[in-house]
Design a protein around this ligand. Sequence first.
Ligand SMILES: Cc1cc2nc3c(=O)[nH]c(=O)nc-3n(C[C@H](O)[C@H](O)[C@H](O)COP(=O)(O)OP(=O)(O)OC[C@H]3O[C@@H](n4cnc5c(N)ncnc54)[C@H](O)[C@@H]3O)c2cc1C
Length: 280
Amino acid sequence: MRSDVRDFELVPAGSVREACERLEAGYKPLAGGTDVMVLLSAGKLAPRRWVDLWNLDELRGIEVRGDAIVLGALTTYTEVRRHPVASVELPMLAQAARETGGIAIQNRGTLGGNIANASPAADSPPALLAYGAEIELVSSRGSRRVPYEGFHTGYKRTVATPTELVARIIVPRAERSHFYRKVGPRRAQAISKVCFAGCVEHRDVDISAVRIALGGVAPVPVRAIAAEHAILARQPFAQVQHALDGAIAPIDDVRSSARYRRRVAANLLGEFLADVGLAS
Ligand SMILES: Cc1cc2nc3c(=O)[nH]c(=O)nc-3n(C[C@H](O)[C@H](O)[C@H](O)COP(=O)(O)OP(=O)(O)OC[C@H]3O[C@@H](n4cnc5c(N)ncnc54)[C@H](O)[C@@H]3O)c2cc1C
């Protein structure tokens, strides 16, 4: 049954500091609201006190630094798609942004919300994992920077405490070949069955790193580290695929079967290797 909005309190934050004080007092953060409103509509929203982050310019904007692109937590998908540097240098993230929901969701949904909401089927986490991103968290006690790898600790759980906000996403700049593919029931307005992001970083002509990340195939977005090592060791495809298979733990659910997800993950691995010129 739909919730009655009169049962909820929503206060705008005038600053990050004020927002953090609200979190200390037990409020929950609201960004674009695109995940929260679905729960509200379904009558499944348990927290009653919310602090609205939307007007916090401190959490907005995309900053291009010498070694990294820094995205404020309130960066929307539309802003990623339209940014002249982020859309070119971070094509996997730009593609995730293009394929997230429809235009209305892209205008309102934020990267910080996507990460904090911690859905295993979300579309930007595999791209951010493959880029080797870091997350800046802020609270009344200060700020800390954590690797995005390891940020998700279990289904809908993260290392962030209830009194911390996701403030910024820091993505290192590098020379990369990339591959991103979202597989869902249709091309738009679809939740992923499997999402694959892979990139190869180069130093001069040598490969300096391979990173592969997947969504929709485990309780959290996962890095396939053993598969990356197998690729760097130039092992045959069957061994790379075996390593990838060991990194994922898909389930049967309303969207797909575990068997289908394993098959799709293997197929996308093959496409990735062919695409970046590493097929054996
Ligand atoms: C029709 C529809 C289609 C969608 N399609 C997709 C899709 O294709 N792919 C996809 O990945 N997602 C999709 N989503 C989910 C959603 O749009 C995204 O997850 C979006 O990025 C959430 O961001 P938000 O700002 O709206 O988060 P909100 O709804 O405001 O918040 C979500 C959660 O994150 C917390 N939160 C928000 N910001 C912060 C912060 N800065 N720090 C700490 N906690 C925070 C909130 O407390 C809440 O628990 C879809 C949703 C809808 C309704």
